[in-house]
Design a protein around this ligand. Structure first.
Ligand SMILES: CC(C)(COP(=O)(O)OP(=O)(O)OC[C@H]1O[C@@H](n2cnc3c(N)ncnc32)[C@H](O)[C@@H]1OP(=O)(O)O)[C@@H](O)C(=O)NCCC(=O)NCCS
Length: 145
C-alpha cells in the first residue's frame, strides 16, 4: 500500500464521505452501522472504506476504493484490518462471508468461492429476493482458525 495512506476505524462524521464513495459504485450502506466501517485516508481525504457486519456470522460488506486509488493495495489492507477485529471470535464463528461481484479480489485474500445456492440459506434478504436466480454476486468464504 502507498506509504501516505493510513487506515483507521470510521467516525460518525465520516458517514457522508463513505456514502459518497459507495454511491460511485451503487453500493448501499443503509442499515450498516458506522462503527462497523474502517476507512482508508490520504491526508484527510477518505479514499477507501469497508465494513464487517455481524449478524449470525461476520460478513465483509460495502468495500470500495476511490477510482483513482484502485490497484494500490488499499482494498486488501482494508479487508485485512477488518479481519483482525473478528480473529478473536474464531471459537464461535468458523467463516467470514462476502457477497461480491469481484470474487477474484477476495480469492487473493484467501477467500474461497462456495456454491451460489448458499445465498438463500445464509441470507434472509437473498431468500426473499425475486432476482435470486439471476443474481451475479458470488458467495465467498474465509475459514477462520
Ligand atoms: C474491489 C476493490 C475494493 C479492490 O480494491 P483495490 O484497492 O483496487 O484492490 P487491491 O489493490 O488491494 O487489489 C488486490 C488484488 O486484487 C486484484 N483485484 C482488485 N480488484 C479486482 C477486481 N474487481 N477483479 C479482479 N481482481 C481484482 C488486484 O489486481 C490485486 O491483485 P495482485 O495482488 O495480483 O496485484 C475496488 O476495486 C473497488 O472499489 N471496486 C468497486 C466496488 C466493488 O466492486 N466492491 C466489491 C464488491 S462489494
Amino acid at each position: 500500500m502507498e506509504p501516505d495512506v493510513r487506515i483507521r476505524e470510521a467516525l460518525p462524521e465520516d458517514r457522508d464521505s463513505i456514502q459518497v464513495l459507495m454511491s460511485t459504485y451503487f453500493l448501499d450502506i443503509e442499515g450498516v452501522k458506522i462503527e462497523d466501517f474502517a476507512v482508508a485516508l490520504t491526508g484527510t481525504k477518505i479514499v477507501g472504506a469497508g465494513a464487517i457486519v455481524n449478524g449470525r456470522f461476520p460478513e465483509v460488506h460495502s468495500i470500495a476504493v476511490h477510482p483513482n486509488y484502485r490497484g494500490k493495495g488499499i482494498g486488501s489492507s482494508l479487508v485485512r484490518y477488518l479481519l483482525i477485529r473478528i480473529k478473536g471470535r474464531s471459537d464461535v464463528v468458523s467463516c467470514v462471508y462476502a457477497r461480491t461481484t469481484s470474487p477474484r479480489f477476495f480469492e487473493k485474500l484467501g477467500f474461497m468461492e462456495i456454491e451460489p445456492t448458499a445465498k438463500a440459506r445464509l441470507w434472509e434478504d437473498c431468500a426473499g429476493c425475486d432476482r435470486l436466480n439471476t443474481c451475479r454476486q458470488s458467495v465467498m468464504c474465509l475459514k477462520l482458525g
